[in-house]
Design a protein around this ligand. Structure first.
Ligand SMILES: Cc1ncc(COP(=O)(O)O)c(C=O)c1O
Length: 378
């Protein structure tokens, strides 16, 4: 008897599409036989981790036969001092995606609603639907909006709040748009949200943002017990392969998250690496500087070529080719350059490119010039 296992899955899972990760270098080289591939598809940090991380991972090599420290004491201790919060306010995750999932499992289920914006990070629908909750998607600002094209429209999000709303996800800055919310607007929004609705501010790219009006959300935790801030070691700390992220919130909410957290969800090398990464302020500053230079590079390149792009404060830039971007993406693959098509976000004409150092930005731009020329688009 053949069984349709999808039919056996819970309703929310049946309606899900698997997350589409950026193509891996190995996959591309196997498929197309290219080499020396440049991957600018997943907003990783081309600088790699701090040498302090590499040293910590080697000397001594983390003990692999024992379970990790399930409480993540050393990392939480260091984070709590750095962030000015208690250890009990921090929940560690296997990447911040894990924390987003914990939030959904702790606070959402069938009959409850979560709100997020159109074009918001693709993990929110997965976490929400997997637990059977209903997603309410607020229309984003239009592409020709002067302040924040494609950005989160907080009034539209506020208008979707109902008695069933339990969680609101806000990415600041958002991926894949790179758009961001200023402190005064976000503050006013959270004030307007009922205190029994949880507001998640996803700050995966927080360390990259240099805008003076970008909010210091951790300062708001005492006035908003319903606020959860999530951050990650995958981006500026360049530890995407190890999977470490965290949430900071009230101790009461953290207690709920810890009830659904899998024991030992963060592995030993990841704990060691993240702890060491926090020590290297200089590396972090260098990465910010290189990213700022890289954004300027891409802005100038787009302007020179008459390409529309979404203003970004993250470590990526999203370009509008004003036509189906898939042929451009595919031609770039043949040039051994992987970027990210974002048709799954409802943006089929855009490609998202991770901002890198001068050498890699130039390599990617040269490939893009060739491809646009070959396709007769330039
Ligand atoms: C907005 C946003 N949030 C969260 C994440 C998840 O990062 P990680 O699970 O690696 O911490 C990402 C990764 O790309 C992201 O772009």
């Amino acid at each position: 008897m053949s069984v349709d296992f999808l039919k056996l899955a819970v309703a929310g899972v049946q309606g899900l599409q698997p997350y589409q990760p950026g193509k891996s270098i190995e996959e591309l080289e196997r498929e197309l036989g290219v080499s020396d591939t440049l991957k600018l598809a997943s907003n990783e940090n081309p600088m790699g981790p701090s040498t302090m991380v590499i040293d910590a991972l080697h000397d001594p090599t983390p003990q692999l036969d024992l379970y990790p420290d399930g409480g993540g004491f050393i990392l939480k201790d260091k984070l709590s001092k750095k962030l000015g919060v208690t250890q009990a306010q921090i929940t560690l995750g296997n990447g911040s995606n894990d924390v987003l999932d914990m939030i959904a499992r702790a606070f959402l289920c069938e009959g409850r609603e979560a709100i997020y914006s159109e074009y918001a990070f693709a993990v929110y629908p997965i976490s929400v639907q997997a637990v059977g909750a209903t997603a309410k998607i607020a229309k984003a600002f239009p592409s020709d909006d002067e302040d924040s094209p494609y950005g989160h429209d907080l009034d539209a999000m506020q208008a979707l709040i109902s008695d069933k709303t339990r969680v609101i996800f806000i990415a600041n800055p958002n991926n894949p748009t790179g758009t961001w919310l200023k402190a005064d607007k976000l503050d006013a929004f959270i004030t307007s949200v009922p205190s029994d609705v949880i507001v998640v501010v996803d700050e995966a790219y927080f360390e990259y943002v240099i805008e003076p009006e970008y909010p210091d959300t951790l300062q708001w935790l005492s006035k908003y017990p319903n606020l959860i801030v999530t951050r990650t070691f995958s981006k500026i700390y360049a530890l995407a392969g190890l999977r470490v992220g965290y949430a900071v919130c009230s101790e009461e909410i953290a207690d709920c998250l810890n009830r659904v957290r899998q024991p030992f969800n963060v592995n030993t090398p990841a704990l060691v690496a993240a702890t060491a990464a926090l020590d290297d302020d200089e590396h972090r500053k260098n990465c910010v500087d290189i990213n700022i230079t890289g954004i300027k590079f891409w802005r100038a390149a787009c302007q020179y070529r008459g390409l529309e792009y979404i203003p970004t404060v993250g470590n990526f830039i999203t370009i509008d080719f004003e036509q189906d971007a898939m042929p451009i993406y595919e031609a770039l693959l043949r040039e051994a350059v992987i970027v990210r098509p974002i048709g799954n976000y409802g943006m089929p004409n855009h490609l998202r490119i991770t901002v890198s150092n001068f050498e890699e930005n130039t390599q990617c731009l040269n490939a893009l010039d060739k491809v646009l020329d070959d396709l007769g688009i330039a």
